[in-house]
Design a protein around this ligand. Sequence first.
Ligand code: DP6
Length: 360
Amino acid sequence: MNEQEFIPSKYKTLLTSGTTTWRAPSNIALVKYWGKFQDQIPANPSISFTLSNAATTTSLEFERRENGNCKPSFDLLFEGKSKEEFRPKISTFFQRISKYLPFLKEYHLKIDTSNTFPHSSGIASSASGMAALALCLMDMEKRMNPSIAPDFLLKKASFLARLGSGSACRSISGPIVEWGQHKDLSDSSDLVGLPYGGKVHEVFEGYQDTILLVHKGEKIVSSTAGHDLMNNHPFAKPRFAQAHKNLSRLLTIFEKGDLPEFIEIVESEALTLHAMMMTSVPYFILMKPQTLTIIEKIWAYRKQSGVPLCFTLDAGANVHLLYPQKHTEKVLQFIKNELVVYCENGQYICDQVGGGSKKV
Ligand code: DP6
C-alpha cells in the first residue's frame, strides 16, 4: 500500500450540493501509539478496542462555490454553536488531505458535530471527530465516483482520518483495530488502521470499558506536543521495540483468552506511556493523585476478588477500567463503593467494545 492509491483520477461530475451524516466511535489503545514521524507516520504499531457509546456524530453540508479552486472554505458548529478554537486543527487537516480529495477546494462546507460524551470530559474527541469527518468526506467523494467500493471507502477514510489525528485512523472499524507495520500482521500498514482479522477468544466479546472522569480540564501538554518529545527521547528506541514485542504477545493472548497476560501487557503499556512523558525533556505528568489512588484500589480489588479487572490510560488523567462482560455488575458495584469519589463530579461513562462507524 502507498499514498498514491489514495489520489483519485479526475471526477466525471461534481455535485452542486448535498448533505451526509456519520457517527464514529472513540477507541482505546491497548498497545499505545506514542511518537511519530513526518506525515503522521507512527513510530511503532498500535492496537485498540473500538468503543461503542463514546462517539461523535458529524453532519456535513456541502455547496459548490462559484469561485472555487482556492482554499477549502468551511463553517464549524459544535453542538449547534460556532466553535472557533477547533478551526486551526480542521484547517491543517484540510491542507493535508487536499491532495487526496482535490474536489474540496470547489466547495463550501458546513460541519456540524456533536459528541455523546460530555464536552471537556478529558475524553479525546479528536479520534472520533476526525474519523466522522473523514467518513463524511468519503461519502461525498463516493457520490462523485460511485465505483468506489465500500471497503475502499473505509480504508481511505482511515487514511484521511490519520492525517487529522493519528489515533483517529483506528476509529473507523471495529471491534479491534491494528495500525502500523508489524511482522506478525501480514497486511499491516503505517498509512491506515485495519480491522484485526486474527482469532479472538470469546472472553473479549463485549469487553467492558468504564471510563472514570478524573480530570476534565485542559491538558497541560497536548498529544501532538507529547509525540514530538519522543524525538531524541533517551528511551525511544527500547520503547518502540517493546511496543512491537507487546503487540506480538497480545495477538497470542487474543487467541487464547489468557487474561492475566492481557492485564500485564495492558497495564504495562499504560504506565510506559506515562513513563515516557515523565522522562521526556522537558518532562511532564498528566496523571493526577486520584489516578494513582484508583490504580492502587484496582490492584487491591483484583487481588481480593479475583475479578480480572485492569486499567489503561490515554494521554490524560482519566482511568479506563477494562473487564469481561460477565463481571459488569460486580465491577460497577466496586466503582460505586470505592472509586466514584475520585471522579470529578462523580462522573464516569459505561462503554464496551463496539463494531465501528455508521452512516446515520
Ligand atoms: C496516548 O492520536 O491524539 O492516546 O496524531 O498528534 O493527533 P495526534 O495524536 P493522538 O495520540 C494518541 C495517543 C494515545 C495513544 C493511542 O491512542 O494509541
